[in-house]
Design a protein around this ligand. Structure first.
Ligand SMILES: [Zn+2]
Length: 167
């Protein structure tokens, strides 16, 4: 399926974001609109729900490195024989971060097919362009994920760009 790159021209979202009674807001640092909910909930909006066009180009991608295929392949190759998370730790060594359980309600599990997370392990010093994430579930299955690394330089650059100019 091809994602449409047609831009939103109806401005419905930006008009709603200007209205303080509507829970849609604009984040100028990231150049993106989001749905605001609860205390700090934010769900980014990438497409206009009125005309279906693409909204502003988010800067979110600039804040993180793009995981390189070469590094992904190298790690995948190393751990391909592993049958569980312990096997991976035996191969790669202790992770940089270990996080505990994440529990979901019965309703969430039924409705969305979610599983309780037993542990999440993160390796941040294995590769230049990515972090490796391992998640172990209640049924002993596990998932291997790659995420981009946060780029503090880009974040402070965007911060500067967005500062109102002194007159
Ligand atoms: Zn639109």
């Amino acid at each position: 399926m091809k994602i449409t790159e047609r831009k939103c021209k109806c401005h419905a979202i930006s008009m709603l974001a200007d209205d303080p009674n509507v829970p849609i807001q604009y984040n100028h640092k990231l150049n993106e609109y989001y749905l605001a909910f609860g205390d700090n909930g934010q769900a980014p909006l990438y497409y206009c729900f009125s005309c279906g066009g693409r909204l502003t180009k988010s800067k979110r991608g600039q804040l993180f490195t793009k995981p390189s295929v070469r590094e992904k392949t190298k790690i995948t190759e190393k751990i391909k024989e592993a049958r569980n998370i312990d096997d991976i730790v035996a191969i790669l060594g202790e992770p940089d971060e270990r996080h505990g359980e994440v529990l979901h309600s019965m309703e969430q599990k039924k409705k969305y097919g979610m599983k309780n997370v037993r542990q999440t392990l993160r390796y941040t010093s294995l590769a230049k362009t990515l972090n490796l994430l391992l998640q172990g579930y209640e049924d002993n299955s596990f998932a291997v994920m790659f995420e981009g690394k946060f780029k503090p330089d880009a974040a402070s650059r965007i911060e500067k760009e967005c500062k109102p100019k002194e007159s």
